[in-house]
Design a protein around this ligand. Structure first.
Ligand SMILES: *Cc1c(COP(=O)(O)O)cnc(C)c1O
Length: 485
């Protein structure tokens, strides 16, 4: 097969660069001949002709369409990338986010002329407060890790205000990797603590690590093993008794929406990922949003400006002496907020049902895949489930081999080798938007691969075979990047 010829199998085409494909003198448009002479001003504007490739319009359209087919996205198939919540987002939310009133509202508009967007943000803060059980929120952070950064700055400001110098943050080994990174970046010293043999935190472990230099604990809940931290109330009480704060990494709130009340769990502040749980696509470099919701004691430290309501008018308040200041230009990523707002209003009480479906789907996969894959932690999981390659190791088949083989089966692989607490981890998150038939197809693919690991393990070492490039030298790709195509 001549791979330079366009065909129907997008993944197989070897697409050249536009510069390689183009021919000098070819142009992709035809404008009517100019009937009036160039003005003096226009003559001055014409500089040297830029070196653009010469191509026809269809060639350009096909080039980019073919490139888009090299990709695998949620609209192509199941994307069980654990911890990432790659779920289907209703297309209507994109339409709402593109309404001219939102798109054309410049962030420097006088608030009197931007009442609609301000009202939306004001109401979204309150909706997120209601969903989490917190008292106030900021929508400024642009991502989950940025929310952590904002939250930890607020914790720092809180202790400065109290005249306490607390520089340590407790971080369990089941926390998301961004937690220790953020704490370090904010100048805190991280105190790592282990989870117990059930994969969750024991109150005694927290008790032993907690002293009056500790600003607080960052708990990912559900944790990165997909397990609910069922001792959270006891843990929060221990931390509070010694004057610390409890930060919850709520990036995976699609397991808890409408079910868990964070205030009753003892949480003081948490971030959400609108670009996971609340209907904005995650990944691909698009904009994200990581709002931080807080209890009243932290409200004075929220970033400014804050949107306030006077009668039925919305204004911006800058006069907040304890605020940590801005963490984003203007208001944050507004289009993501519109999608979240639409999602929450259109779901209503069904948010709870979405969480139930997310948990049910993950447990369905847990039960159906357990005969094929080793399950390091028994018992029900939340929205995701962590397996390992322990059953295949004797055959010399690794998690990487099985992940690559899933590509040949037409699936995006799950998250692999994370969390670090499980050797050869494979973290599967089906999300609430997958139906049983899709999950069954995935199960059958994993079963075939597990079977092959026993009967023909060598075949798995060379997977994937059905893609444009087969097994990559991942270390070489990182060490000697070849960036020109
Ligand atoms: C995704 C995720 C993050 C980081 O979110 P970003 O938007 O990628 O910065 C943090 N914590 C948890 C638990 C996550 O799943």
């Amino acid at each position: 097969m001549n791979t330079k010829t366009p065909g129907i199998n997008g993944l197989k085409i070897d697409e050249p660069l536009l510069w390689e494909r183009g021919r000098k003198g070819k142009i992709g448009f035809s404008l009517p001949r100019q009937e009036v002479p160039h003005s003096e001003a226009a003559k001055k504007l014409t500089g040297p002709v830029p070196d653009l490739p010469g191509l026809s319009e269809p060639e350009v359209v096909r080039h980019y369409t073919r490139l888009s087919q090299w990709n695998y996205g949620l609209d192509t198939g199941l994307y069980p990338l654990g911890s990432c919540t790659m779920k289907y987002n209703p297309k209507t939310h994109e339409v709402q986010a593109q309404r001219p009133g939102f798109v054309r509202s410049h962030p420097l508009l006088d608030p009197a002329l931007a009442q609609g967007p301000l009202q939306l943000m004001y109401e979204l803060e309150r909706l997120l407060g209601e969903i989490t059980g917190m008292d106030a929120a900021t929508l400024q952070p642009a991502a989950g890790a940025h929310g952590e950064y904002t939250g930890l700055h607020m914790m720092y400001a809180f202790y400065q205000e109290k005249g306490q110098d607390r520089r340590k943050i407790i971080i369990p080994d089941t926390a998301h990797g961004t937690n220790p990174a953020t704490a370090t970046m904010c100048g805190f010293k991280t105190v790592p603590i282990p989870s117990n043999d059930r994969g969750i935190l024991s109150p005694e472990t927290v008790e032993a690590a907690m002293d009056d230099e500790v600003a607080g604990i960052m708990v990912t809940n559900p944790n990165t093993l997909g397990l609910f931290e069922s001792n959270i109330q006891k843990i929060a009480a221990i931390v509070h008794r010694k004057g610390g704060l409890v930060y919850c990494d709520g990036a995976n709130f699609n397991a808890l929406m409408g079910i868990a009340d964070m205030a009753r769990s003892g949480i003081d502040l948490l971030h959400l990922n609108l670009h996971k749980t609340f209907s904005a696509p995650h990944g691909g470099g698009g904009p994200g949003s990581g709002p931080v919701c807080v209890r009243q004691l932290l409200e004075p430290f929220l970033p400014r400006p804050r949107i306030v309501k006077n009668g039925d008018r919305f204004t911006l308040c800058e006069d907040l002496p304890l605020s940590i200041g801005r963490v984003h230009s203007f208001f944050g990523n507004f289009s993501v907020m519109v999608k979240a707002y639409c999602y929450i209003l259109s779901m209503g009480r069904n948010l709870e049902r979405a969480s139930e479906m997310a948990v049910l789907n993950a447990n369905y996969l847990r039960c159906r895949l357990e005969p094929s894959l080793h399950l390091p932690f028994q018992g029900p999981c939340m929205h995701e489930c962590v397996f390992s390659d322990a059953k295949q190791r004797d055959q010399g088949v690794s998690t990487l081999d099985m992940a690559k083989a899933l590509i040949d089966e037409g699936f995006h692989p799950p998250t692999i080798y994370f969390p670090l607490v499980v050797e050869g981890a494979m973290m599967v998150e089906p999300t609430e938007t997958e139906c049983k038939e899709e999950l069954d197809q995935f199960v059958e693919a994993v079963q075939r691969i597990a079977e092959m690991a026993q009967t023909a393990p060598d075949k798995l070492h060379s997977a994937p075979q059905r893609t444009k490039v087969t097994r990559l030298d991942e270390i070489g790709a990182a060490r000697k990047p070849h960036l020109t195509g």
